[in-house]
Design a protein around this ligand. Structure first.
Ligand SMILES: CC(C)(COP(=O)(O)OP(=O)(O)OC[C@H]1O[C@@H](n2cnc3c(N)ncnc32)[C@H](O)[C@@H]1OP(=O)(O)O)[C@@H](O)C(=O)NCCC(=O)NCCS
Length: 223
């Protein structure tokens, strides 16, 4: 006689517990918005830039943001510069500045470099995220916006300068397909230094026969 079939090994499955539906709806995530700068934003954006670049400027040879407030304010009146403010609510969380012409007499960029390579660059002069908002995709959104600007204007590359020892930003850009164009690095060699002024030296005694001039005592007072 055939043996009765044994039941399949393993415990009978318990019905999966029903997921409790939370009655509270998740609050919507904060929204980031981009707009062009207004004159009334200038002071707030300058304060934002000082905070965002504070730790970077402690480590780099060149200033990584406009050197002075005066220079920053002047940019607002220059033609051909896009200044973009990124906000969550009414808080400034990021700022970007770009232009498709090389601006300013103090600029050392050689435009021929790009022309010879058939590159039409969008120069990104500033890109900064408030430190309280780092790591939340804000910088990613700024970059998306800059790519979008370049695309709609028929420009072929985003070009920017970053200090090699601003390692966080450099890695961040590399991960996002930025590649080094040129090798302008600051080099320094230590010099064996000597003080310009000589050290103290003993003075010779007066030559023989020269009497030393003693200070004249004050006249004695009469009673
Ligand atoms: C570089 C910079 C723009 C990045 O902005 P961000 O908003 O932090 O960027 P995102 O959130 O899109 O990406 C941050 C990356 O760092 C990681 N990260 C996580 N926590 C982080 C934190 N607390 N702080 C910074 N980055 C963090 C994220 O996971 C993400 O990693 P990924 O590169 O693997 O994607 C920003 O750090 C910055 O403004 N730095 C100071 C100014 C500066 O140096 N600008 C560039 C010179 S021109």
């Amino acid at each position: 006689m055939a043996e009765p079939k044994r039941p399949a090994a393993g415990r009978p499955k318990k019905p999966a517990p029903r997921k409790k539906r939370s009655t509270k709806a998740e609050p919507p995530p904060p929204m980031i918005e981009v707009r062009r700068i207004h004159r009334r934003d200038l002071n707030r954006v300058w304060e934002f830039l000082k905070i965002s670049f504070h730790h970077v400027n402690l480590e780099t040879v060149e200033y990584q943001r406009p050197r002075t407030k005066k220079r920053f304010l002047k940019t607002y009146d220059e033609e051909g510069v896009d200044q973009l403010v990124f906000e969550v609510g009414d808080e400034i969380v990021a700022y970007a500045e770009c232009a498709h012409d090389v601006l300013g007499a103090d600029n050392w960029i050689n435009e021929g470099y790009f022309e010879r390579r058939k590159m039409r660059p969008l120069f990104v002069e500033e890109l900064a995220v408030h430190p309280d908002w780092n790591g939340r995709g804000v910088g990613g959104f700024v970059l998306e916006q800059l790519h979008h600007l370049a695309k709609v204007r028929g420009l072929s590359h985003l070009v920017l300068e970053v200090a090699e020892n601003n390692e966080h930003a450099l890695q961040w850009y590399r991960k996002r397909n930025f590649r080094k164009l040129d090798a302008a690095i600051f080099l320094a060699a230590a010099v064996d230094t000597e003080d310009e002024l000589l050290p103290p030296k003993p003075v010779k005694p007066p030559p023989p026969g020269t009497e030393s001039v003693a200070p004249t005592p004050p006249p004695e007072e009469t009673a």
